[in-house]
Design a protein around this ligand. Structure first.
Ligand SMILES: *[C@@H]1O[C@H](CO)[C@@H](O)[C@H](O)[C@H]1NC(C)=O
Ligand SMILES: *[C@@H]1O[C@H](CO)[C@@H](O)[C@H](O)[C@H]1NC(C)=O
Ligand SMILES: *[C@@H]1O[C@H](CO)[C@@H](O)[C@H](O)[C@H]1NC(C)=O
Ligand SMILES: *[C@@H]1O[C@H](CO)[C@@H](O)[C@H](O)[C@H]1NC(C)=O
Ligand SMILES: *[C@@H]1O[C@H](CO)[C@@H](O)[C@H](O)[C@H]1NC(C)=O
Ligand SMILES: *[C@@H]1O[C@H](CO)[C@@H](O)[C@H](O)[C@H]1NC(C)=O
Ligand SMILES: *[C@@H]1O[C@H](CO)[C@@H](O)[C@H](O)[C@H]1NC(C)=O
Ligand SMILES: *[C@@H]1O[C@H](CO)[C@@H](O)[C@H](O)[C@H]1NC(C)=O
Ligand SMILES: *[C@@H]1O[C@H](CO)[C@@H](O)[C@H](O)[C@H]1NC(C)=O
Ligand SMILES: *[C@@H]1O[C@H](CO)[C@@H](O)[C@H](O)[C@H]1NC(C)=O
Ligand SMILES: *[C@@H]1O[C@H](CO)[C@@H](O)[C@H](O)[C@H]1NC(C)=O
Ligand SMILES: *[C@@H]1O[C@H](CO)[C@@H](O)[C@H](O)[C@H]1NC(C)=O
Length: 750
């Protein structure tokens, strides 16, 4: 009995001695081992209390953890045979060099081996494949070369397998059988080449796969979708081709999908919207040439979207305003068009967590939303090289000018931009110079000028045709791309192919239909017929194009919203928001007029229209003149908030030819000076607005009052009282202001 005890003690002591000796011998071989100062025979306690050493109760070393300790040297003199009980070896983040010794296979109980972030070179010893208990293997970030030895696939228990960031080449992994239990597999940043490694497709429990930054080629196998537990898939920076397999959408738990810097081509599959947990989508620089599927707006966990440097076209999906977790949005260098979607406060640029917003080098238009980046998280904005105009936000205060250069229409009081005033002046003087040059030429060679004029005219016609064709193209996308909710055929179905039953109005240029879509949305569709007579057609198309141009560039709560537009057959269609109360004149002159429209309500409508006009005239560059302000063109929503509509005759001042008057304006609302000047200016709108304001307050068109304008002041003073002018259906408003406001208004407006 006592003999056995002594024997055991002796054996343990011997083994302990051997382990301690082996450690000290190794320490002695190191160039730099300050962290191992406690590894010393003079230390009264056993080696089990040395830094980084853990023993089992019997005194055998089971764990060596001396990571991040600046240990400089090799493993050559470490006698692995001495550590027959070692379970875990962590030497990561040191300065160890030389080869990984093949003797490491003598650590027969080893379960975790971490030699990551050192300077080990040479080949990966195939003997690592003999460590049959290994669960965790990391050789990450060394200088290992040569093949990934096929023997490693014998590691039937391994769950974490990381050979990333070395110089491994060759394709011996083609001899790999499956590593059945691997969950984490990284071969990231090596020199590996060949087709997608087949063995990976058999690793059915895989949750993390990182093959980025190698030279793999060929297609991404669709059977990757069988790895149904994948959470992260990194295949970026390789030479994969053949598109993004849409079946990847079957990997329902995918959080990270990184496919950037490949030659994939093809579309961004809308099926990816089935990835409900997707947080990070990176398809940068992968030759993707579709639109951005609006369906992705349901992936509300998305917080990083990298789609830069592709050939993406079409608009930014409106649905993205729902991606409230979004932190980074980078779509620079594509062909995207349209506006930053959403209406304040639900605009894409107002997402609460957004800190990086980069859309440079696209063809985005519209105003930059006021209070851009109001959320305060936004750190990085780059809007440069687009077609934005009018920066109105305060968000630019900290940004360097490069964030918005390259937008030809952009001006403002910001460093790096010309002021809007100067911009206008410049373009005017620019025009003047052009005209001068033209006159000079015309004066010198009259005949040449005539020929030139003929040429210019015919060219202009062609340009116009092309423009219409382009609008045509835009349009086919537009109805369904802008909102992502309905298509043209939905509208046809909802209106029973534009049956009269659904017609809610008739204007000079066409009919308006109400369409209740199956999704529950109600919209108004304006159908404009292109007639046979060519000139009428031209006018209609002109009107259509003007309306589109003006409306797509305009965002205001008192201006009717355009959902989309479309050209189909002989008809043109404009899809607006539907406004429950219809046109203001119907309400004012309807049977309920006096009951529904009290004085406060009428003031609210006038104020709303004033805001809308102020916006069109002063906040838009170039200013937009509506040209047809009248009661019929004011619509009301359910709250009686007015919306200005019908830009059919609007004209952008400063763009294109000089003022053009045909078919614009409505008699009774037109400014009298128009008859002399034939010039539509903002002042014409202001005049019409005055007529409308009077009409609203009087409850009838102020026709007679206006025709007696020259003597109106005297007639007001002498025999016209305010209470006689106001709408007789209502009781006069309470306490009249001290002065006669109506009279005052007349004086000022003259
Ligand atoms: C002995 O080892 C223990 C545990 O690492 C350490 O705290 C102590 O300072 C060491 N003593 C000497 C003399 O190195
Ligand atoms: C490691 O030790 C060698 C030999 O003394 C020395 O040349 C080298 O600079 C050391 N490396 C570092 C990172 O200290
Ligand atoms: C390594 O350790 C084993 C077992 O402790 C021993 O048999 C062998 O001689 C040692 N090798 C060297 C080179 O010290
Ligand atoms: C080894 O140590 C590093 C640094 O502390 C740590 O990050 C790593 O997870 C460890 N390895 C294992 C297998 O525990
Ligand atoms: C240690 O490993 C080497 C290389 O794999 C092998 O030749 C040797 O037999 C092993 N020694 C022991 C004691 O297992
Ligand atoms: C792989 O790397 C090794 C070592 O650098 C080199 O000898 C070998 O030629 C390379 N093989 C291939 C296929 O590139
Ligand atoms: C990969 O191989 C190329 C040549 O085939 C070589 O230029 C490059 O340095 C290698 N990269 C690494 C990380 O070894
Ligand atoms: C890998 O497989 C090929 C043929 O399938 C064979 O020629 C080669 O010897 C194998 N390599 C290893 C290391 O098993
Ligand atoms: C895969 O995981 C399941 C459930 O966690 C487990 O039952 C199964 O044994 C695993 N497969 C392998 C090959 O490890
Ligand atoms: C998109 O790319 C694919 C393959 O690269 C090509 O077949 C297809 O015609 C392209 N589509 C468009 C609209 O350019
Ligand atoms: C945003 O999400 C809500 C709730 O899921 C949905 O009702 C709404 O239609 C979505 N908006 C857009 C623009 O997709
Ligand atoms: C950008 O869009 C405008 C009109 O929306 C068009 O005239 C222009 O050609 C487009 N530019 C590019 C580079 O696509």
């Amino acid at each position: 009995m006592s003999f056995l005890l002594i024997l055991t003690t002796f054996l343990v002591a011997t083994s302990a001695q051997t382990e301690a000796d082996a450690l000290l011998k190794w320490k002695k071989s190191l160039y730099q081992s300050a962290a191992l100062a406690s590894w010393s025979t003079r230390n009264s306690t056993s080696h089990c209390s040395w830094f980084g050493i853990t023993c089992d109760p019997a005194g055998n070393v089971v764990q060596i953890s001396v990571q991040s300790s600046s240990i400089n040297g090799t493993l050559d003199s470490l006698n692995f045979s001495s550590f027959s009980n070692l379970v875990s070896l962590n030497l990561s983040d040191n300065i160890l060099q030389g080869s990984i010794p093949s003797g490491i296979s003598n650590l027969s109980k080893l379960n975790s081996l971490d030699l990551g972030t050192n300077s080990f070179g040479n080949f990966v010893p195939p003997e690592i494949g003999d460590l049959s208990e290994l669960v965790y293997l990391s050789l990450f970030n060394n200088n290992l070369v040569g093949p990934v030895p096929s023997q490693l696939s014998r590691l039937s228990k391994v769950r974490h397998f990381d050979l990333g960031h070395n110089h491994l080449n060759n394709t011996e992994y083609s001899n790999f059988s499956a590593m059945p239990s691997v969950l984490y597999l990284s071969l990231f940043l090596n020199n590996l080449t060949g087709f997608f490694p087949q063995f990976i497709l058999k690793c059915t429990n895989l949750t993390y796969l990182h093959l980025s930054q190698n030279a793999f080629f060929g297609p991404i196998p669709a059977s990757l979708a069988n790895l149904s537990r994948l959470r992260e898939l990194h295949l970026g920076t390789n030479n994969f081709i053949g598109g993004i397999p849409s079946v990847l959408s079957l990997i329902s738990g995918l959080r990270v999908l990184e496919l950037g810097d490949n030659s994939l081509g093809g579309p961004l599959p809308s099926s990816l919207s089935q990835l409900k947990f997707l947080e990070r989508l990176d398809v940068t620089n992968a030759r993707i040439n579709s639109t951005i599927p609006p369906e992705l707006g349901v992936c509300t966990n998305l917080n990083y979207i990298h789609l830069a440097s592709n050939q993406l076209s079409g608009p930014l999906p409106f649905t993205f305003v729902n991606l409230t977790k979004m932190r980074l949005f980078d779509i620079n260098s594509n062909n995207l068009s349209g506006e930053i979607p959403g209406h304040l406060p639900d605009s894409l640029s107002q997402l609460p967590n957004l800190y990086y917003f980069s859309v440079f080098t696209n063809n985005l238009t519209g105003t930059i939303p006021p209070d851009f980046g109001r959320n305060g998280m936004l750190q990085h904005v780059d809007l440069s090289y687009n077609s934005f105009f009018v920066p109105t936000g305060k968000a630019f205060k900290d940004d360097s000018p490069h964030a918005y250069v390259g937008n030809p229409g952009l001006c403002g009081d910001f460093q790096g931009l010309i002021s809007c005033y100067a911009a206008n002046k410049n373009s005017h003087s620019h025009h003047k110079i052009l005209i001068l040059v033209f006159l000079l030429i015309a004066g010198v060679v009259l005949l040449l000028a005539i020929i030139l004029a003929i040429l210019v005219f015919s060219r202009k016609k062609r340009v116009e045709k092309i423009e219409i064709e382009r609008a045509n193209k835009d349009v086919t996308n537009s109805i369904w791309e802008r909102d992502g909710k309905f298509s043209f055929s939905d509208i046809v179905n909802a209106t029973d192919n534009f049956n009269e039953v659904f017609c809610i109005g008739q204007g000079e240029f066409g009919s308006v239909y109400k369409a209740e879509l199956s999704v529950g949305q109600v919209i108004a569709v304006k159908r404009i017929q292109a007639q046979d007579a060519e000139d009428v057609q031209d006018i209609n198309k002109k009107s259509f194009e003007n309306e589109i141009r003006a409306l797509t560039e305009v965002r205001h709560r008192n201006i009717v919203k355009l959902h989309g537009f479309c050209l189909s057959g002989d008809y043109m269609y404009l899809v607006y928001e539907y406004l429950e109360k219809g046109s203001f004149s119907d309400v004012l002159y309807g049977s309920q007029g006096e009951r529904e429209l009290d004085w406060a309500m009428r003031v609210k409508v006038i104020r709303g229209i004033a805001h809308a006009l102020a916006y069109l005239h002063h906040d838009c560059t170039p200013p937009i003149v509506h040209r047809d302000i009248k009661l019929n063109n004011i619509l009301l929503d359910s709250e009686f908030e007015p919306r200005l509509s019908d830009f059919g005759t609007a004209k952008l001042l400063g763009l294109g030819s000089t003022s053009w008057i045909s078919m614009a304006g409505t008699y009774g609302y037109m400014a009298p000076e128009l008859a002399y000047t034939m010039q539509f200016t903002e002042k014409c709108d202001v005049y019409s607005f005055g007529v409308v304001a009077l009409e609203i307050m009087m409850g009838q068109h102020p026709g007679d009052l206006l025709s007696s304008l020259p003597s109106v002041s005297s007639s007001l003073e002498n025999d016209l009282l305010l209470k006689d002018v106001l709408d007789q259906r209502l009781t006069p408003p309470p306490p009249p202001p001290p002065d006669n406001w109506l009279k005052k208004w007349f004086f000022y407006s003259r």
